[in-house]
Write a new protein. Structure first.
Length: 398
């Protein structure tokens, strides 16, 4: 396993040597990413001797190989020990002003941090709010312990012991490897139906939720194929991607890939209608006060996939609704899942300022019987993991 150990500038940095050593002795490949301040507390030669690899510290080293991105993409696990109050604040805010911050943002691997600081800093409301935000995103927090701190101070803030940190880190990987051997097909983005060579009918989906699901599935060990319809977000090079634009193209791509998938998650926002005729040339504005477009139904991809699913295959659909009333929105979902025939339906409310093109989501998941089986609210990455958890029950029973 490829493990990144991030070391930040706190007195507990000397204990990180034992974390690195334990992981190396367990047979893992360890890459140390140390902040410049960390190297003031523990020497580069020590870390390189223990890890048997060069220590990375400079954001601008290895620019030609894009090292600041590659290290994170290649990681199976990231451990930050110690994690100072400053580092925790930067992680919570998504800042990346050093190599470690870039590495973490570029990774979908489990992240485990071991806070270490004085008691007053740990108990500060800002630090507690940052820790709560990281926990919500699925970051594993180990410690801190209560005990002797720098000088005569005693209290909570002492970094957890290396053995506890390593144990928690390996446990996090085991828990996140529950999709190993599974092939998952995910659709994301919004389809576009052409009117003429320069115009189309589309929707406001950015593809963030579908991409989050694909990334989370890959991080949990699945073999993922992402069918991307006009995504507005960058896709990691580690994912297998099929690019499409229209509903017809999305239908063809999913139909081709579906038979090999153990699960299909239809997170893309698919157009229900398309123009009956597509002009071969740009439609010019003339003296007419209006333009009439005749629309026809597009293929019902979700219903088709549900009807053709193979034995043991799980199909999850999405329903984006603008209905503000929770009970009425739930009834709309129950009607839709009965019509579509999928195993689960993820209901989320959308509007001009929610659902689409945001970093957060709130969903309710119902099963084929119309019962609520899961609810999630938070970042789209955390919602993605809750959706993927749905797959574990039917497969554990098979």
């Amino acid at each position: 396993m490829n493990v990144v150990v991030g070391i930040t500038g706190g007195i507990a940095a000397y204990k990180a040597v034992s974390v690195v050593r334990a992981l190396v002795l367990a047979g893992h490949e360890v890459n140390v990413v140390a902040t410049p301040n960390a190297l003031k507390f523990v020497g580069r030669p020590t870390l390189e001797a223990i890890s048997h690899r060069p220590v990375h510290s400079d954001l601008y080293e290895g620019v030609t190989e894009v090292r600041h991105v590659f290290i994170g993409q290649a990681a199976d696990l990231i451990v930050v020990a110690p994690a100072t109050a400053n580092t925790i604040a930067k992680l919570a805010a998504g800042l990346a002003d050093d190599l470690l911050g870039n590495t973490i943002l570029a990774s979908t691997a489990p992240l485990v941090i071991a806070p270490a600081m004085h008691t007053e800093m740990w108990e500060n409301p800002a630090t507690q709010a940052n820790i709560a935000a990281l926990r919500e995103r699925g970051v594993v927090i180990v410690g801190p312990d209560s005990g002797q701190l720098t000088g005569a101070d005693v209290g909570p803030g002492r970094m957890a012991e290396p053995e506890a940190i390593v144990a928690a880190a390996l446990r996090a990987v085991a828990e996140r490897s529950d999709l190993v051997g599974k092939r998952i097909l995910v659709t994301a983005g919004g389809t576009r139906e052409p009117i003429d060579p320069v115009r189309f009918i589309g929707n406001r989906s950015s593809g963030k939720q579908g991409l989050a699901i694909a990334k989370a599935a890959a991080a949990r060990g699945a073999e993922v194929t992402l069918i991307a319809a006009n995504l507005e977000v960058a896709v990691p090079a580690s994912l297998t991607v099929v690019r499409v634009s229209s509903t017809e193209e999305l239908a063809a791509a999913t139909t081709e890939a579906a038979p090999e998938a153990d699960a299909i998650i239809m997170a893309a926002a698919v157009a229900d209608y398309r123009p009956e005729k597509v002009s071969a040339a740009k439609i010019k504005k003339d003296d007419a006060e209006s333009l009439t477009l005749r629309l026809v139904r597009t293929p019902d991809i979700l219903s088709s996939l549900s009807e053709r699913r193979t034995a043991g295959q799980v199909v999850i659909g999405f329903a984006a609704e603008t209905e503000p009333d929770d009970a009425k929105r739930l009834e709309l979902g129950r009607t839709k899942i009965a019509r579509k025939g999928c195993d689960y339906l993820v209901l989320n409310r959308v509007g001009a300022t929610e659902g689409f093109a945001t970093d957060r989501n709130t969903v309710v998941v119902i099963n084929a019987a119309g019962d609520i089986v899961s609810e999630a609210s938070g970042t789209k990455q955390s919602v993605a993991d809750k959706i993927l958890d749905l797959l574990l029950t039917p497969w554990s029973d098979s």
